[in-house]
Design a protein around this ligand. Structure first.
Ligand code: PLP
Length: 550
C-alpha cells in the first residue's frame, strides 16, 4: 500500500486528472454531492450556521491576496469551503427567511444545472450553442406569449427568425431594464436625413440634430435603483430619470405623470420613455398600466413595464388581471430568478414588436454575421451561459397551472399575514399586499393613540423613535438567525408622509407555513422588550403628547 499523500503537488499529470477523473466514492466531494441530491434542505440546514459571525471575523478568513503556490486536494479544499464559506452564507431558502426576493429552488434544478455547466454552451453565437439557441428563442417566445398573447402564426413567423428577436435573455432585471431603455433611446434618436443615428454619431450630435436640450425617462418614485444606472450608462444622466409622485397605494399618479411630461417638453427636454412598475420592490404595488399606456401613445413615448418581480403573476389566470395593460407595453422586464424560482442569473426583456431590437443590432466579422441566428447580435452581454435551459425545464416540469398554484398560494399567504398583522393590537399594517409583499411595523396601542393626537414636531420626534425601534428589532431578529424580514423606508400618507421605517415581507417560499408567520410577530414583540431605554423614551413622549391633548 502506498503511504497516504498529505499534500498535493503541481504536476501536469494531476492537472489532467482534474479535467478527467472524478473524485473517488469516499471523497468529501462525492459525499457532499450525495447529500445535496438526497435532501437539499437538510444539507443547507446542517451546513449553514444560524448564529451570526461578525463580518469583521469572516473577513479574516478572506484576507490573503497572494494566489496559493501550493495546490490543495479537492476534498481538503471542499472541507475548507464548507467551514469558512458555506457555514457563514445566508440560508435564502429557509421558510422563516421572508425578507427578500431571492427564492427557494426546486430540487431538480441542481442536477440540471450540473448538466448545463458541464455543457458550457455559449449563447452568444450558434457555433457554441447549437440547440441551446432555438431553446432560448423558444423560452423568449413563451414569455412573449404570456405577456402579449399573439397567435400561433405570429410565433411561427418570428420566434426563430434570424433577423428578429422577441427579446433578450440576460443576467437579471438590471441588464433587462438597461436593454429596454437602450432600444427606446436609439429608436427615439434614430437616423434621419444626414444624421446617421445616435448609435453611430453619439448623443451630442443626436441632440444637436434633433434640437433637444436633454432627454428624460419617467418612472414613479418607487422605481427600482437599476433605472438610475440605466440612465447613467445611456448618457441620459441620473437627473434625466424623473421621479413621478405616487398615490396612497404607492402607484404612480397618471395626472402627475402627464404634468411632468408637459413640463419637460416646455423645457425642450425629450421624454422618450415612461416606465410602469408591475410589482415595486418595496411594496409590491402595480402602477395603472392602461392609463400609462394611453399617455405614452399620445406623447409618442416608449412604454416599458418593469415586471422583474411581479411579472410571474401572469402565470396565474386568477391574478393576471392585476397586470392589465401590460400587453400594451413596448417592452417588459421579467426576472426568472425571482418568482419563477430559477437560480440567480436569469433575467429577460421582451419586446412587443419583433423588429424593435434592430436599433441595437451589432455585427462582427468572425461572429454575429448578418443573417445568422446568433443571439449575441441583440444582447448587451457577450458570452452567456445556457440558463434558459433551466427556465425551459421549469416551464415543463412545473407547467403553467403549477406556477398558478405557487403564485396563488403566495398571494393568499400574504393576505392571511396582512389580516394577522391587523388583528394584533400592537402592530400596524403599512401597505396592503397587492401581490405577496407587504410592509408593517411594531406600534403598541398607547403609542398609536399618541401618534394620532400628536402634531408637527412631536409627530416627527415620535416617528423618529419608532423608526429606531423598527431598525433595532429588524437587526436583532436577523442577528439571532431564526428568522429574517427586511426593512425599507416609506412615506405613508396616514402619518403625514413622514419617513417611516417598516418591516418588509416577501412570501414567495412555498415552505413558509402560517405558524412561522405567527412566530415572526411573536419574536418581534419579544425583541421590542430588549430595548428598554428606547421603549421608555417612546412611552414618555407618548404620555406627554396624550397629556397635552387632554
Ligand atoms: C429585482 C428588480 C430589478 C433588478 O433586477 P436584478 O435581477 O436584481 O438585476 C429591477 N426592477 C424591479 C422591480 C425588481 O424587483
Amino acid at each position: 500500500m502506498k503511504p497516504e499523500q498529505k499534500t498535493a503537488d503541481v504536476s501536469f499529470e494531476s492537472l489532467l486528472r482534474i479535467f478527467t477523473v472524478p473524485e473517488g466514492p469516499d471523497s468529501t466531494l462525492t459525499k457532499i454531492d450525495e447529500e445535496l441530491s438526497r435532501n437539499l434542505n437538510k444539507f443547507l440546514r446542517e451546513h449553514i450556521v444560524a448564529e451570526e459571525k461578525p463580518l469583521r471575523d469572516i473577513e479574516k478568513d478572506f484576507s490573503r491576496a497572494a494566489i496559493p503556490e501550493q495546490p490543495e486536494f479537492v476534498s481538503d479544499h471542499t472541507q475548507h469551503l464548507l467551514d469558512t464559506l458555506v457555514s457563514h452564507s445566508v440560508h435564502t431558502s429557509a421558510p422563516s427567511f421572508i425578507g427578500h426576493m431571492t427564492s427557494a429552488l426546486p430540487y431538480f434544478l441542481m442536477p440540471l444545472s450540473k448538466i448545463m455547466i458541464a455543457l458550457n454552451q455559449n449563447l452568444v453565437k450558434i457555433e457554441t450553442s447549437k440547440a441551446f439557441t432555438p431553446l432560448e428563442r423558444q423560452v423568449l417566445g413563451m414569455l412573449h406569449r404570456l405577456i402579449y398573447g399573439q397567435n400561433d402564426s405570429f410565433y411561427a413567423q418570428w420566434m426563430h427568425s434570424a433577423n428578429h428577436s422577441l427579446g433578450a435573455f440576460c443576467s437579471g432585471g438590471t441588464i433587462a431594464n438597461i436593454t429596454a431603455l437602450w432600444v427606446a433611446r436609439n429608436n427615439a434618436l434614430k437616423a434621419n436625413g444626414t444624421f446617421k443615428g445616435v448609435e453611430k454619431e453619439g448623443l451630442f450630435k443626436a441632440m444637436k440634430h434633433y434640437g433637444y436640450e436633454g432627454l428624460a425617462v419617467l418612472v414613479s418614485e418607487r422605481g427600482h435603483y437599476s433605472l438610475k444606472k440605466a440612465a447613467d450608462v445611456l448618457g441620459i444622466g441620473q437627473e434625466g430619470l424623473v421621479a413621478v409622485k405616487t398615490d396612497n397605494n404607492n402607484r404612480i399618479c397618471p395626472q402627475a405623470l402627464q404634468q411632468r411630461i408637459s413640463e419637460l417638453k416646455a423645457q425642450n427636454i425629450k421624454p422618450f420613455a415612461v416606465i410602469g412598475v408591475a410589482g415595486t420592490t418595496e411594496t409590491g404595488s402595480i402602477d395603472p398600466l392602461k392609463e400609462i399606456a394611453h399617455i405614452c401613445q399620445q406623447e409618442d413615448c416608449h412604454f416599458h413595464v418593469d415586471a422583474a418581480w411581479g411579472g410571474a403573476t401572469l402565470m396565474s389566470n386568477n391574478h393576471r388581471h392585476l397586470l392589465d395593460g401590460v400587453e400594451l407595453a413596448d417592452s417588459v422586464t421579467i426576472d426568472a430568478h425571482k418568482q419563477l424560482y430559477i437560480p440567480m442569473g436569469a433575467g429577460m426583456v421582451l419586446f412587443k414588436q419583433p423588429d424593435a431590437m434592430k436599433s441595437i443590432e451589432h455585427h462582427a466579422q468572425y461572429i454575429l454575421r448578418k443573417g445568422s441566428k446568433d443571439l449575441g447580435s441583440h444582447t448587451l452581454e457577450g458570452s452567456r451561459s445556457g440558463m434558459a435551459m433551466l427556465v425551459y425545464a421549469a416551464m415543463h416540469i412545473i407547467s403553467r397551472p403549477g406556477y398558478e398554484l405557487l403564485i396563488d398560494q403566495s398571494i393568499e399567504k400574504a393576505r392571511y399575514f396582512a389580516e394577522l398583522v391587523k388583528q394584533q393590537a400592537d402592530f400596524e399594517l403599512v401597505s396592503e399586499p397587492e401581490l405577496c409583499l407587504l410592509t408593517y411595523r411594531y406600534l403598541p396601542p398607547h403609542v398609536k393613540a399618541a401618534l394620532e393626537h400628536s402634531k408637527g414636531k412631536q409627530t416627527e420626534q415620535l416617528n423618529e423613535l419608532l423608526n429606531e425601534l423598527t431598525k433595532f428589532i429588524q437587526k436583532r431578529q436577523r442577528e439571532t438567525g431564526k428568522s429574517f424580514v427586511s426593512r425599507t423606508r416609506l412615506n405613508p400618507q396616514r402619518w403625514g408622509n413622514l419617513n417611516t421605517i417598516v418591516f418588509r415581507v416577501v412570501l414567495a417560499n412555498p415552505l413558509t407555513g402560517t405558524d412561522i408567520l405567527s412566530s415572526v410577530l411573536e419574536e418581534q414583540r419579544e425583541i421590542a422588550t430588549q430595548a428598554p431605554k428606547l421603549m421608555s423614551k417612546i412611552d414618555a413622549l407618548s404620555a406627554e403628547i396624550v397629556a397635552q391633548s387632554e
